[in-house]
Design a protein around this ligand. Structure first.
Ligand SMILES: Cc1cc2nc3c(=O)[nH]c(=O)nc-3n(C[C@H](O)[C@H](O)[C@H](O)COP(=O)(O)OP(=O)(O)OC[C@H]3O[C@@H](n4cnc5c(N)ncnc54)[C@H](O)[C@@H]3O)c2cc1C
Length: 477
């Protein structure tokens, strides 16, 4: 039997859609009568679904609803999409808001992102580690086999450590992502010790490398996330899109219907009218938007907790833990003032404040004007008690010890980014597969429900949209 239910949204609504369901077929048809332009009044007040937050999770939810022809409005309080994945253009340089890398093996990203049009620029697969007053290379054992053989006797861990890296690649490759996220968890540091890695390789390589990825040099982050990232790094490349990291969210936004994204639109409250099965979202400017199918809250965890206060919210964090923060300092230099390889430099010395750095234009020349170099330096934590100027002086002093004062003193400071909320804290206990349903008609997504990665955010957005669609099918059948 096929049941056909048709919604008629109000006559002023730019959308109409019909929903047909049968035990085997669920099909939505979306007919935009007219498209509405971003920030051009009159804005639609009523739609199919409302998504609050246009970071990767909100964009993923929108992409999924759009692929099912569900009308939606995607709101963001800021002036652009992308959330934490943004790039600024400053004096001809592209500055990502914090050090970010796109790993091509991210499984969800492979499904929803068109890699070809991003013009991905690759890092060297490995790292150069500053330890004992000189640099040592750690290389991917397959992609840079000869470098890896050459590095076998260097002081970054013992020969046993290097063999263990190989066996750990095999260990994670034999597990599905599902198995990784379902596995027992301990802190990454405990797991590395349990696997037999020496203190030496933990402090010279794992702390700066994975500490830089998790913004957690104590390596308290769950072993599940370590295994997931380790697996992605083993099979994928570390890259930057030629037009900046924001090219990733911008690509997703570009495929959404014209006018479905409302910027500078901050949601201040959500109201669920259970009797009429209608959800409304109030904006900072007083406007009220209503939705027929549901609201997806795709904001950072602390904002979500506030927006959902008083709701039947089971999504609250398992326990309150300090969030992960970082500072990223950009410098410019001339081409003759730097080494030329596209490699990530790590601080393995255990001293100083720099965690990692790289010459961005060596990886992606499009990040700077011709013959100019962009230098990116990352610190872990927020350094709240130190001014930008003080941090810059310390970084220049420290890197002079790495590359020589003659080179580093010529670099010019360009901009400092302090990112207070870079990632949620994902130390155990974690649940990286949280249910996105707060209640029928209200859903959440964001990296705090899955893994604090681009991929986790994309997965969580899709799951929230799937949940909304499923609930509506159940209600209507
Ligand atoms: C410096 C830095 C480096 C990173 N590096 C990597 C990396 O190399 N690899 C990796 O995989 N991941 C990295 N991450 C993590 C990754 O960026 C995040 O996990 C992911 O982007 C989170 O997406 P999200 O949609 O969950 O949240 P967000 O990107 O935070 O999106 C939330 C959105 O909600 C909007 N919003 C908030 N409140 C409201 C409101 N009231 N009304 C309307 N809109 C609102 C915000 O403006 C924002 O756009 C990094 C993060 C940072 C900050």
């Amino acid at each position: 039997m096929t049941i056909i239910t048709t919604f008629s949204l109000s006559s002023t609504n730019p959308f109409s859609f019909s929903f047909s369901s049968s035990p085997s077929i669920n099909r939505f048809r979306f007919n935009p009568h007219s498209s509405f332009q971003l920030s051009t009044p009159p804005q639609p007040k009523h739609t199919g679904a409302i998504i609050i937050g246009a970071g990767l999770s909100g964009l993923s939810a929108a992409t999924h609803l759009n692929s099912h022809n569900i009308p939606f409005l995607l709101l963001d309080s800021s002036n652009s999409v992308g959330g934490r994945v943004r790039t600024d253009s400053v004096d001809g340089f592209l500055l990502d808001r914090g050090f970010q890398i796109f790993i091509t093996a991210y499984p969800e990203a492979r499904k929803v992102i068109d890699y070809d049009s991003l013009n991905l620029c690759k890092f060297y697969s490995g790292a150069r580690i500053f330890y004992g007053n000189r640099f040592h290379t750690v290389a991917h054992p397959i992609r840079h086999f000869f470098d890896s053989v050459k590095s076998i006797a260097n002081p970054i861990g013992s020969i046993k450590d290097k063999l263990l890296i190989g066996s750990n690649i095999v260990r994670v490759l034999t597990k599905s992502d599902q198995e990784i996220f379902d596995s027992d968890e301990i802190a990454t540091i405990e797991m590395l010790k349990k696997l037999g890695f020496s203190d030496s390789i933990i402090s010279t390589f794992f702390r700066p490398f994975f500490g830089g990825i998790f913004f957690d040099t104590e390596l308290e982050t769950t072993s599940r996330l370590f295994d997931f990232i380790f697996k992605c790094l083993a099979v994928g490349e570390n890259t930057l899109p030629a037009n900046g990291i924001s090219a990733i969210p911008e690509q997703l936004a570009a495929s959404l219907p014209t006018g479905s994204v409302l910027l500078n639109s901050e949601a201040v409250s959500i109201d669920l009218n259970h009797s009429e099965s209608l959800q409304s979202v109030k904006l900072r400017n007083g406007d009220v938007l209503t939705s027929e199918l549901g609201v997806i809250v795709a904001v950072q965890e602390p904002v979500a907790v506030n927006l959902l206060a008083g709701k039947n919210n089971k999504i609250n964090p398992v326990q309150r833990k300090p969030v992960r923060s970082t500072v990223c300092i950009y410098f410019t230099a001339n081409r003759d003032q730097i080494p030329l390889d596209p490699v990530l430099y790590l601080n393995g010395s255990g001293k100083g404040i720099v965690n990692n750095m790289f010459f961005v234009t060596n990886v992606a020349p499009s990040y700077g004007p011709p013959n100019k170099v962009l230098v990116s330096v990352s610190l872990i934590g927020l350094f709240e008690n130190e001014s930008d100027d003080d941090l810059t002086v310390k970084v220049v002093q420290e890197l002079s010890g790495w590359f020589g004062e003659e080179m580093v003193r010529k670099w010019k400071h360009l901009r400092t980014y302090r990112v207070g909320f870079a990632q949620p804290n994902q130390s155990p206990p974690t649940d990286l597969k949280k249910n996105p349903r707060v209640e029928p008609g209200l859903y959440v997504c964001g990296d705090y429900l899955t893994s604090a990665t681009f991929d986790g955010a994309l997965v969580s957005g899709r799951r929230a949209a799937e949940c909304l669609l499923k609930d509506r099918v159940v209600t209507l059948v």
